[in-house]
Design a protein. Structure first.
Length: 67
């Protein structure tokens, strides 16, 4: 059984983390960056490195998908 108080705590923690990374706009940019890295040419290892670099810093990082 899931308690509503536990669910609220989890939601609050998630919102806090999103806010720490710069809000929902930065989160959307991170998602686009990861998508760009995955669609880029190169090996799976290179794509994984690009995706990891994309989420290290919040918001758009022009270097992340350029492999």
């Amino acid at each position: 059984m899931v308690r509503l108080s536990s669910l609220k705590k989890l939601g609050d923690k998630a919102k806090e983390q999103v806010d720490k990374r710069g809000g929902t706009d930065a989160l959307k940019e991170d998602l686009k960056e990861v998508g760009d890295a995955v669609k880029s040419k190169g090996s799976v290892k290179d794509k994984a490195k690009g995706a990891a670099a994309a989420v290290k810093k919040p918001g758009r990082n022009e270097d992340a998908g350029a492999k």
